[in-house]
Structures are given as C-alpha cells and as structure tokens.
Design a protein around this ligand. Structure first.
Ligand code: KG4
Ligand code: ZN
Length: 343
C-alpha cells in the first residue's frame, strides 16, 4: 500500500510517499519539502494569506519531485492523505483541495490526518521504532503537550501549556534578541556562545506538581533583562541571554517529562515536533533517561519539523489499525482547531 502524504498546515509544504506493505515497518520511499521561512522572515512570523498562496505554488512541483524520487507514476498511489488540522484554515484548505482533486483524478480514496498524530508517530520512521505504550512530549511552534500513548489512536493528555507553546517561547525570545524567524534554531545557535546560568530567568510552573506548562512569562522576563542591558548590549551579553532563555525552557520541559514518566510508570519516551530538534533538550533527556535505563525515541532529524512523511505514515498506521475510514466522496472539510483527544 503506497500512501501519499500532503502537509500544508502552516509554513512548510511537505509531500511524501510511504510504503506500508503487510506487517513490515512502514518505509519512506521519497519526501520533498519547501520551507516558507525566508518569505515570512520579513514579517517576523507566519502571514497566513502568504502561506496559503505559497502552498498553491509549491505542492504540485513537490509532488512531481516525490514521484520522480520514488520512481513511481501517480497511478501507483493507493491512498492520498493530507493534514486536516489543526493549523491555518486557508493553508489546510490548499492541501485538502489538492489531495481530494488527486483522489478524484486517480480514483483513489483520501484520508484527512491530525497533524499532531503525525508528529507523535514520526519516530516510527526511525530505525528501532518504539513499542507501545510510551509517553510522548510534543513540542512545536503551536503545541506543548505530554501524552500517554497506548497504541495508534489511543492518546491520553497528561499535561499541556496553559498559554504559549515551547516553540513560541523560543521564537518570541529570538525576536526580542533581533534574530530571524523561525527563532528556535537561531536562538539555539547564539546560545552556544553564552553561559546557561548567566542571567536568572523564571522556570514557570516547575514546582506546580502537575504536568502543565506556561511560557508566556518567560518572554516578558527576557524583555525586561534585555532592557536592563541598555540600548546596545554586547555580543557576549546577548549570547548569555539566549543561553539562559534556552536553559529555562529546556529545564521545564525536561523536569515535566521526567515527572510524566515517573507518574505513569512508563519507561519509553517519544519526543516529536520542531523543538525536538533542540540539541540541549535532546542531551538532557538522553542523559536523564540513560541514568534510569529508559529509552528515548526521536524522528529522523529532518522529520522533526513539519513534513509530508509523518502525514503519510500516520495515515498508513491508522489504516492498518483499522481505525480510519477513507473517503471517495470528494467532499472534505478542514479543522483549524482540533484537539488530539477528540480523535
Ligand atoms: O513542528 P514544527 O515544525 O511546526 C509546528 O507545528 O509548529 O515546529 C516549529 C517550531 C518553531 O517554533 C521553531 O522555532 C522550533 O520548532 N524549532 C526549534 C529548533 N528547531 C525548530 N526550537 C529550538 N531549537 C531548535 N533547534
Ligand atoms: Zn508541526
């Protein structure tokens, strides 16, 4: 079964073809991605209308690239999957519309996928896929959640952010420091030259006893500390602030994730979403897990941020588990707001 995946929920157009034959692990045949980061850079964040228009421009050329990479004709596609939500409505509609049109033209069924389920299952594209059950830390630009995952489609929310997402905290801190968009990788890079403990920043809800997060206050704290550095902070001071902000975000993520594993008694952790690419986060989770004999699973680095492969994969896994109905009606809707627990 060859599943095509189309991702267009935010500022990345992703297309991929996954093969899921028999009981063997799903295999990525080809994937192609276009990031709009450069286009949105000038505005300091994603401009929804520009995002939609760019998805329109990119999706068919990316599809051609994927088919060429996999050495397939379009007729080889068995199912067309796309991101149904959550995300930007206009952007989602582009992927959904193209997927439905393709399904109609090829006379193949379509399947709308939950974006976060894609992130959650993306480590199944890495060698040594995790066994169920596991705890998943989902950290992206829009979400920060800890989930208990007992199987495909069996997700229990353990905790989540009550305001900003972890990626947003990275992006907003980076913006204050005058770094580009998306800010996560830029802030992480600048942080390498700074000292993690140079500037005291709050670790919100660290001792709250529950598994919720709050990152909105951190942005304000970074702003206050930056002002205190005067109109022209030195390069070293900016690097110290970047390192301290990263340390504050990572400390909270690590502490809550370890608590989630302790509370559930589970010994396997999956880390997914764009912030999962952060080296400090990975190093601290790996070290803490190694001390306790726990396993940590990540998607391949290139598939941490948004991509079509995770959408094709999630569709294939749902179909295999007998959980998803495909559609051949050509009718579709998208769900810009769609809690994962409602799946
Ligand atoms: O999963 P993703 O690609 O898109 C959403 O669904 O949101 O995540 C994007 C987020 C952005 O906030 C970006 O700044 C952050 O992931 N990010 C990072 C790193 N790479 C991406 N944050 C920290 N360190 C990184 N290396
Ligand atoms: Zn995402």
């Amino acid at each position: 079964m060859k599943v095509l995946g189309i991702e267009s929920s935010c500022d990345e157009t992703g297309v991929a073809l996954v093969d899921a034959d028999g009981a063997a692990a799903p295999r990525l045949l080809a994937h192609a991605l276009h990031s709009q980061a450069d286009m949105h850079q000038a505005y300091g964040g994603v401009v929804p209308e520009l995002a939609s228009r760019d998805h329109v421009r990119r999706v068919i050329p990316l599809l051609r690239q994927v088919l060429a990479g996999a050495g397939c004709e379009a007729a080889a596609i068995d199912v067309v999957a796309y991101t149904r939500g959550p995300g930007l409505a206009g952007a989602l509609l582009v992927g959904a519309g193209v997927a439905e049109a393709l399904g109609a033209a090829l006379e193949r069924p379509t399947l709308g996928v939950h974006h976060l389920e894609g992130h959650l299952l993306s480590p199944f594209l890495s060698p040594g896929a995790p066994d169920f059950p596991f705890v998943a830390l989902l950290v992206s630009g829009g979400h920060t959640q800890l989930m208990r995952v007992d199987g495909v489609g069996r997700y229990e929310l353990l905790g989540e952010t009550i305001d900003d997402a972890a990626g947003e905290a990275f992006d907003k801190s980076a913006k204050l420091l005058g770094l580009g968009y998306p800010g996560g990788p830029a802030l992480a890079k600048l942080a390498q030259q700074g000292r993690d403990d140079a500037i005291a920043l709050p670790r919100p809800l660290l001792h709250s006893g529950n598994l919720d997060f709050s990152f909105a206050g951190l942005k304000t704290a970074v702003m206050t500390r930056l002002r205190a550095l005067g109109p022209e902070p030195t390069a070293a001071a900016r690097a110290d602030l970047a390192a301290s902000a990263q340390a504050a975000i990572v400390d909270v993520l690590v502490a809550k994730t370890l608590r989630a594993l302790e509370q559930t008694g589970l010994t396997r952790l999956v880390v997914a979403g764009g912030v999962g690419a952060n080296r400090r986060l990975r190093a601290q989770l790996d070290a803490a897990a190694a001390r306790r004999g726990w396993q940590v699973h990540y998607p391949p680095v290139a598939l941490c941020t948004d991509n079509g492969a995770m959408i094709a994969l999630a569709a294939a896994m749902r179909l295999r588990a007998g959980l998803a109905g495909t559609s051949r009606t050509g009718a579709f809707d998208v769900r810009p707001r769609w809690p994962l627990e409602q799946l």
